[in-house]
Design a protein around this ligand. Structure first.
Ligand SMILES: NC(=O)c1ccc[n+]([C@@H]2O[C@H](COP(=O)([O-])OP(=O)(O)OC[C@H]3O[C@@H](n4cnc5c(N)ncnc54)[C@H](O)[C@@H]3O)[C@@H](O)[C@H]2O)c1
Length: 341
């Protein structure tokens, strides 16, 4: 079967991937889309995902690892656009992959570069704001150097893998006929995010729903810019449709910069919870290998100017929508992410 001008999404049944499917469905209904996902970190089962999705798409999928995909070996397929989202993710989720992450991120990335070159597809790579380390006192612009700290942590391996593969994508576009774009998301949050990877918002909401303490790491003053997953999905779509190649764009909402303590208090207010805030050492929850990131928030000037991207959703909207989604699930499924073991 030929699927000329179809779109390929790796990791399309993940948190960001499902919102990207809905974004493409809204912007270009009827689009032919093929998803490859091994369900290693996707927030819901295949059945739950298909039930929850509101899409008007010609959707096909393979439930397998990228390395085992038949589509990627099949010359009949012809994708005009490839979104490469599949990756190890999450501050705690990555820990068990230590020592293997650079290999996985780089091998999968090269597989997609080669496939995109063969198919003459435009390739979008989901990198990460982790590549900045701490930026300049937390502020990260695309022109900010990517800082590699002295200490080798598992978290660093994720960042190094992303730096390596975004360098390979951009340089391939310089020397060969690859149309590409790289995005660096900042603290993607919203409905369907799984608490499994150690992400902060589902963890806070789970605790708030059980009236358990919200466990805030360190002194709670670390700064982040939580950005609604639908704004990020829209940024991915705009980046794909943009004509530039080999460029990098931050996707993070500068209006949503907050400290983690302030954010925890917003969660308590919005969910009308009786929870208190408890400052803890994250290593007591996630083990000795866990590393917390330093301050990290975006300068999105370039993205807003070049892509006409308008991140719209506030912190309260992010919290409310995530809470609404989690209320649909059973409270028991939150026990393991509420910091109570
Ligand atoms: N969530 C964030 O805050 C954040 C921040 C910065 C960057 N990113 C990047 O955005 C992308 C999407 O992240 P997400 O939050 O949606 O994560 P996610 O875990 O929800 O989605 C990733 C999807 O890829 C699938 N997958 C992983 N490895 C695979 C493989 N080898 N073969 C096939 N499928 C595979 C997983 O099952 C999952 O469904 C990732 O590249 C991530 O590095 C996310």
């Amino acid at each position: 079967m030929s699927r000329k001008n179809a779109v390929l999404i790796t990791g399309g049944f993940g948190f960001l991937g499902t919102h990207l499917l809905e974004e493409i469905s809204t912007q270009s209904p009827g689009t032919s889309i093929h998803v490859i996902d091994n369900f290693s970190t996707s927030p819901m089962s295949l059945e739950e995902t298909l039930e929850d999705l509101q899409i008007d798409l010609d959707l096909s999928y393979e439930i397998c690892d990228l390395s085992g995909s038949k589509i990627l070996k099949d010359k009949e397929y012809n994708f005009s656009e490839i979104y490469h989202l599949a990756s190890y993710v999450g501050p705690a989720g990555v820990l068990k992959h230590g020592g293997n992450m650079v290999r996985g991120i780089v091998n999968d990335g090269y597989q997609m570069i080669d496939f995109a070159l063969e198919n003459r597809s435009r390739l979008l790579l989901a990198s990460s704001s982790e590549v900045y380390g701490g930026g300049v006192k937390g502020l990260c612009a695309e022109s900010t150097p990517r800082v590699v700290p002295a200490e080798t942590s598992i978290r660093l391996e994720y960042a190094v893998g992303k730096i390596a593969i975004e360098t390979a994508v951009i340089n391939t576009s310089k020397v060969r006929n690859l149309s590409s774009i790289v995005i660096r998301p900042f603290n993607v949050s919203g409905p369907r995010q799984s608490g499994k990877g150690g992400f902060v918002l589902p963890r806070f909401i789970a605790s708030a729903m059980n009236n358990d303490p919200l466990t805030v790491f360190g002194d709670g003053n670390a700064k982040r810019a939580f950005t609604h997953v639908r704004d990020i999905a829209n940024g991915c779509y705009l980046a794909m449709k943009n004509e530039s190649s080999g460029k990098v764009y931050n996707l993070g909402n500068p209006s949503n910069i907050t400290t983690i303590s302030e954010f925890a208090n917003r969660v308590i207010d919005v969910t009308k919870s009786n929870s208190k805030i408890e400052l803890v050492d994250p290593k007591t929850l996630f083990g000795a290998l866990y590393e917390e990131a330093s301050d990290k928030f975006p300068d999105a000037t370039l993205t807003i100017a070049d892509l006409k991207w308008e991140p719209k959703r506030s912190l309260d909207e992010i919290i409310t929508e995530t809470w609404e989604f989690m209320k649909k699930l059973k409270a028991s499924s939150f026990q393991s992410i509420s910091g109570k073991g």
